[in-house]
Design a protein around this ligand. Structure first.
Ligand code: MG
Length: 194
């Protein structure tokens, strides 16, 4: 009979040699929600053929309007600065690529765009979760930070070796070996002793 080795993981993130890579969601993690919502049509997975141009205009306008009301999450800028000294940072958002310009401009105005090695936006008609899964599968990031419980739930099952940080704003949490729940950027920097 074959012996199965069981490795018991502790609920903390061990430090790895070399520069670790971390992908970070945008809405709800870097940019705060407004009245609990993004006010951006980032969840639209599909649209009837022929309406792409209209959808693009709608997404651009909704992003621009949303940006008027929404601010950075507390301590986002200094935290990203500290994190960039230890990690390679990647932006991984389910926002569609038509909002790339608006989003990057916002990041640049807050002096954090330069901290990201690459920024991944959603192309085509794949779902937000599938988009994030594709990028994580191909890039093999060490960590991902996201405020969506659905995203954290699905991805932490799919990628047991990736460590997930759930940026929890609504009190709904998930208990899993590769998930740690935080409520702020301060807690993230404390988690990594930055
Ligand atoms: Mg989000």
């Amino acid at each position: 009979m074959k012996e199965i080795e069981v490795t018991k993981q502790k609920n903390k993130f061990p430090e790895k040699k070399g520069r670790e890579e971390i992908s970070i969601d945008f809405d709800g993690v870097i940019m705060d929600l407004f009245m609990g919502r993004t006010w951006v049509f980032s969840e639209t997975a599909t649209s009837p053929v022929g309406h792409t141009a209209l959808r693009d205009i709608r997404d651009r306008i909704s992003s621009l309007v949303a940006h008027i009301f929404r601010k950075s999450t507390a301590a986002m800028q200094p935290s990203l600065q500290s994190m960039s000294r230890r990690f390679e940072l990647y932006l991984l958002t389910s926002r569609r690529s038509v909002t790339r310009g608006i989003t990057l401009k916002w990041l640049n105005q807050r002096h954090v765009l330069k901290l990201f090695k690459s920024c991944y936006f959603r192309e085509g008609n794949i779902s937000p979760v599938e988009h994030k899964m594709r990028i994580i599968r191909s890039m093999g990031f060490d960590y991902h930070i996201d405020d969506s419980l659905k995203v954290i739930d699905m991805m932490s099952r799919e990628f047991p070796k990736v460590r997930f940080i759930h940026f929890c704003t609504d009190g709904q949490t998930l208990s899993r070996q590769n998930v740690i729940t935080v409520g702020s950027w301060k807690e993230i920097t404390e988690l990594f002793s930055l």
